[in-house]
Design a protein around this ligand. Structure first.
Ligand SMILES: CC(=O)[C@@H](O)[C@H](O)COP(=O)(O)O
Ligand SMILES: NCC(=O)COP(=O)(O)O
Length: 262
C-alpha cells in the first residue's frame, strides 16, 4: 500500500497538523532581487519550530511562489525533512499538474481559481465539475499524491467529492473567519461542522484553510470535527513579522552601538 495515499483515518481525536503556507514570504522576496526573505530558510525555521507541513500555491502569474521555489522546497524537504508533508495548491487545469508530475508532493490541493485571481474565493462546484476532475484526480493518485479538493462547506457536495476519487476536502474557511467574533459565528460554525461530518461519513479526510489565524483557529477546531490539517499563510506570516519586530530592533541597535565602540 502506498503510505502517501493510505485510506483516511477519521481524524477524530488526533491533533490537527499545521501546514505553513509560504506564499507571502515569496511575495516580499519578489520586491527586490536580493533573495531575502528566503523561502527555503523560512521553511527550515518553521519546521524547526514544530510546523508539520509546508504549503505553497504557485499561481500562474508567479506573483509570489515561483517554479524554482516549488523545486527548491521539494529538494529541501526530501533531503532534510523526509517525513514532512509537502502540499502544493493550485488549479489542475492551469499549472498545478506540471508541478504534481515533476515533484510528486505528498498532497495536491485542487483549487478552482481563475488565472490572475486576487486570492482563492470559492470551492469546486460539485457535481458539475466532477467529469473533468475525475481523470486528473486519478492521475494524481496514481503518482502517489494525495488529492484534496478545495470546497465550500456544503454537506451535500461531500459525497460527490468522494465519488470523484478525492482523498480529502479542504474546507474554504473565509466565511468562518469573517463571521468570527460576530453574532453569526455559531451558525456559520454549525455549517462547517455539518460539512465536516458529511465528509467524514463518506470516508474523506478534512483539511481547512483561508484566513485562519491565531485568534480564530481554536474556536474552529473545537467546533468542527476531525480536521486533520490547517494550512495558514497570510495571518501567520503577518504574525511572524509583528512578533519579530522587537527582537529585530534590538539586534539593529546592537549593530549601531557596535559602530561606536572604540
Ligand atoms: C486555497 C487557498 O485558500 C490559499 O491558497 C490561498 O488562496 C492563498 O493564496 P494567496 O496567498 O495567493 O492569497
Ligand atoms: N489553503 C489555505 C492556505 O494555504 C493559506 O491561506 P491563507 O492563510 O493565506 O488565507
Amino acid at each position: 500500500m502506498n503510505p502517501l495515499i493510505a485510506p483516511e483515518a477519521s481524524g477524530r481525536g488526533a491533533h490537527t497538523a499545521l501546514s505553513v503556507n509560504l506564499n507571502k514570504v515569496a511575495l516580499l522576496r519578489n520586491t527586490r532581487h536580493l533573495g531575502i526573505p528566503s523561502v527555503t530558510r523560512a521553511a527550515g525555521i518553521v519546521l524547526q519550530a514544530g510546523a508539520q507541513g509546508i504549503t505553497v500555491h504557485p499561481r500562474p502569474d508567479e506573483r509570489h511562489i515561483r517554479a524554482h521555489d516549488v523545486h527548491e522546497l521539494a529538494e529541501l524537504l526530501r533531503r532534510d525533512w523526509p517525513h514532512i508533508e509537502y502540499n502544493i495548491e493550485g488549479n489542475p487545469f492551469h499549472n498545478l499538474m506540471d508541478f504534481v508530475r515533476a515533484v510528486r508532493p505528498h498532497q495536491a490541493t485542487f483549487v478552482p481559481d481563475a488565472q490572475g485571481q486576487f486570492t482563492s474565493d470559492h470551492g469546486w462546484q460539485l457535481p458539475q465539475d466532477i467529469e473533468r476532475l475525475v481523470p486528473l484526480i486519478a492521475e494524481t493518485r496514481a503518482l502517489g499524491v494525495r488529492v484534496s479538493l478545495f470546497m465550500d462547506p456544503i454537506p451535500e457536495a461531500m459525497r460527490h467529492a468522494r465519488e470523484a476519487g478525492a482523498d480529502r476536502v479542504e474546507l474554504y474557511t473565509e466565511s468562518y473567519a469573517s463571521a468570527w467574533g460576530t453574532p453569526r459565528q455559531a451558525e456559520v460554525l454549525a455549517g462547517f461542522a455539518a460539512a465536516a461530518e458529511a465528509a467524514l461519513a463518506v470516508g474523506l479526510g478534512v483539511n481547512a484553510g483561508h484566513d485562519l489565524s491565531r485568534e480564530n483557529l481554536a474556536d474552529f477546531l473545537r467546533a468542527v470535527p476531525g480536521v486533520q490539517e490547517v494550512s495558514i499563510g497570510h495571518a501567520l506570516i503577518a504574525d511572524a513579522l509583528e512578533l519579530g519586530y522587537a527582537e529585530t530592533i534590538r539586534d539593529y541597535q546592537r549593530s549601531i552601538a557596535a559602530a561606536y565602540r572604540p
